[in-house]
Design a protein around this ligand. Sequence first.
Ligand code: ATP
Length: 297
Amino acid sequence: MTETKLLPTSSAFVETSKTRHSEVFHAYRHSEATTAVPSGLATLDARAISAWFGDHKVLDRVSLTMEAGKITALIGPSGCGKSTFLRILNRMHEMIPSASLAGEVLLDGHDIYDQGRRITDARRDVGMVFQKPNPFPAMSIYDNVVAGLKLSGQRASKGDRDVIVETSLTKAGLWKEVRDRLRQPGGGLSGGQQQRLCIARSIAIRPRVLLMDEPCSALDPTSTRVIEETMLELAHEVTIVIVTHNMQQAQRVSENCAFFLAAQGQPGGIVEHGKTEAMFGNPVDSRTADYVHGRFG
Ligand SMILES: Nc1ncnc2c1ncn2[C@@H]1O[C@H](COP(=O)(O)OP(=O)(O)OP(=O)(O)O)[C@@H](O)[C@H]1O
């Protein structure tokens, strides 16, 4: 069966999204900072995803359902396409000039690649936290949190922004540490705090899915533990997908797990997926068993 490649559409990235977020601020106002009511948990469904860089095919027809309100871990050796798959889930892959893809990514049944859908909407609905904390270093902690609102064209009053900053920092587990220095630069925080600031920035725009690409790989064990606790709390209100090389982390935080693998010279795919407990305790495929028990990769 032939696959229809979607052409790179990076020029569409500059399109602006008009504000339609009064309901977001309303939701913030009417929810306790630490006990927000879930606002429509979303399932993300990737169907037959293939990906290329130029002519080099790096993913072959990968399908995976990432359940609403759960943490799904993507594991597998280096180079098997986990990060590429993650970037496809929020339309970042197409920003790379040589990149193309085939397949569908359904957010609650609606394809984020539909021609009628704006790329900025996909990015707002599906946020991303990267391996290396990337706050705007000279910008204040406060402005870092609201930066996503501005970038996605959402307007908010000073009062709205104050609420969003406190709520987002609280959810990211950082409020108590920074509430007295909100006007100081984000770059002055420790690595772990910077990563939590990036999480706060991502959740400030109320994404329905949060993608995390090895979010703790640059952090010490204590900061890692704090981020993991933050993830577990956030999972009540946002669907989370995390790429991790840390098998203990996958077991600590995720409910579901997918094992990616690429044979020599072949595109990557999913060997096995399911409940994390089963994947680690009683994997079906011997390659999964070998990987989760550290026999390769
Ligand atoms: N920008 C790019 N241009 C060309 N090839 C790329 C690019 N990014 C990734 N690749 C290739 O795509 C394949 C999958 O890479 P990807 O980073 O998705 O794997 P990964 O499983 O996330 O690896 P790691 O665990 O090391 O981050 C690799 O062969 C890689 O070299």
